[in-house]
Ligand binder design. Structure first.
Ligand code: LLP
Length: 432
């Protein structure tokens, strides 16, 4: 009935997640509230791991792209499931450290790593630096030298593949702020440069073509282009690069219009292409990484809100006001992202009222969804927005000095707080 497997309806007609009644969760922890289903997260990670076993004989590893939702508990889960982590800032490194994450399994991304972040990452023994540009390469080589460390690096390459997704979340094409372009020769020159440097060791190539992608074809094309490039490096420079990171970007279901591809299908098709290309060039099959973020946590999460008011504007629309909005979910304001909204208090009733869900910020664009169908909304009802596990909490803000909601993890009918709700005290903590 629902787009996400962890959701159901109970005998009271309430929406449940991971066996917990969402109306009860709202009562116990307050709203707005992010809720995550642990079983869904772990099962998704396991499906990636088992695909690596099946299609690459275990010669690969998923890295959880923690930008989708970075907090200590998610790092702990990634650690327990024996996968790696993709981080993009000192803050994400710090979170991993605080969670006791094995730092050798951390890949450090970002198009403008600061000197401080590079030092911090080297000191923290981060496993790999995914180098974005020549300035960074030289800076890293210099700092690593000063610290007497040889840093393992990867290069972020723009394979020139155009993935069909929202403009702001497309990254593989030449006009992208991320990485080295292949077409212009920039990437090849950078590899030559890296091979000359003493304090870095080029172990891996990386590409990431975008996010929320449903087609398998662009992933296959990107993998083939990357292996062709590895072959060029071997034949022209004599260097064998033994690892290949194919990025993240796998689409999830936000509404019934979305049709995600099972990860196995993706892994199957890409692995066939990888092996064929390696055979063609006489290259050993590299160790493969992928970096799923959204697909690990997205469908596992929902956000609960309390309806505070309803404004019917005749012949225009009906606004339903909730106690959160763009501060906890900016994705509609930013990308016009589609979401499924469920009246969690009446989850067994037909969704036949068309409403616009408005947040509480001083901003007309603070909407979570427009003209969406929900069952008979009344003041006091609990609304659930589905598939909010990724890029919601991680993109949250304190606009209008609104505290960030708590995150509750549910599993088999039990719930626990994994991130506390911010207090007003937290809001002024850094004010002097
Ligand atoms: N690897 C790299 C290098 C990335 O840049 C990203 C996402 C990922 C992995 C993970 O991609 P995923 O599997 O989550 O699609 N804020 C946007 C999404 C931005 C994605 C940025 N990079 C949104 O809310 O849709």
């Amino acid at each position: 009935m629902f787009v996400n497997d962890c959701l159901n309806t109970n005998e009271k007609g309430h929406l449940t997640i991971g066996g917990c009644d969402t109306v009860e969760l709202a009562k116990e922890y307050g709203t707005p509230l992010y809720v995550l289903d642990e079983t869904t997260i772990r099962n998704t990670i396991r499906s990636y791991v088992s695909s690596f076993n099946k299609f690459y004989d275990g010669n690969g590893m998923p890295l959880y792209a923690s930008k989708a939702l970075s907090c200590k508990e998610l790092c702990r889960i990634a650690k327990e499931e024996n996968i790696g982590l993709d981080v993009v800032s000192g803050g994400e490194i710090y979170t991993a450290l605080q969670a006791g994450f094995p730092m050798e399994k951390v890949h450090f991304h970002g198009n403008n790593k600061t000197e401080d972040e590079i030092r911090f990452a080297l000191k923290s023994k981060v496993g790999k630096f995914v180098v974005d540009n020549l300035y960074e390469l030289e800076l890293l080589n210099k700092i690593a030298g000063e610290m007497n460390i040889k840093a393992d690096i990867s290069f972020r390459i723009k394979p020139g593949v155009d993935a069909h997704t929202h403009n702001f979340i497309r990254t593989g094409q030449i006009d992208s702020k991320f990485g080295f372009a292949l077409e212009t020769g920039e990437a090849f020159e950078a590899v030559k440069e890296a091979l000359k440097l003493d304090n870095v060791c080029l172990k891996e190539l990386h590409c990431h073509i975008g996010s929320q992608i449903f087609d398998i074809e662009p992933f296959v094309t990107a993998a083939e282009i990357m292996i062709d490039f590895m072959a060029k490096i071997k034949s022209e420079l004599g260097a064998v690069i033994s690892e290949l990171n194919l990025g993240g970007g796998f689409g999830i279901m936000y509404t019934s219009d979305d049709e995600p591809v099972p990860y196995e299908n993706y892994m199957d098709k890409v692995s066939v292409a990888v092996k064929a290309k390696c055979a063609e060039h006489g290259l050993p099959v590299p160790f493969i990484y992928i970096e799923p973020g959204r697909s690990v946590v997205g469908e596992a999460g929902i956000t609960l809100y309390t309806v505070g008011g309803k404004k019917e504007i005749p012949n225009v629309r009906t606004y339903v006001s909730i106690d959160g909005g763009m501060t906890d979910n900016i994705r509609y304001a930013l990308y016009q992202s589609a979401y499924t909204v469920v009246n969690a208090s009446k989850a067994d009733k037909p969704a036949d009222e068309i409403v616009t869900i408005a947040g509480k910020c001083c901003e007309s664009g603070d909407l979570v969804q427009e003209h969406t169908k929900v069952a008979d909304v009344q003041v006091g009802d609990i609304l659930a927005v589905l598939s909010t596990g990724a890029y919601n909490y991680s993109m949250a803000s304190n606009y209008n000095r609104i505290p960030r909601p708590a995150i509750v993890m549910v599993k088999d009918g039990k719930s626990r707080v994994i991130v506390k709700r911010e207090s007003y005290e937290d809001i002024v903590r850094n004010d002097v």
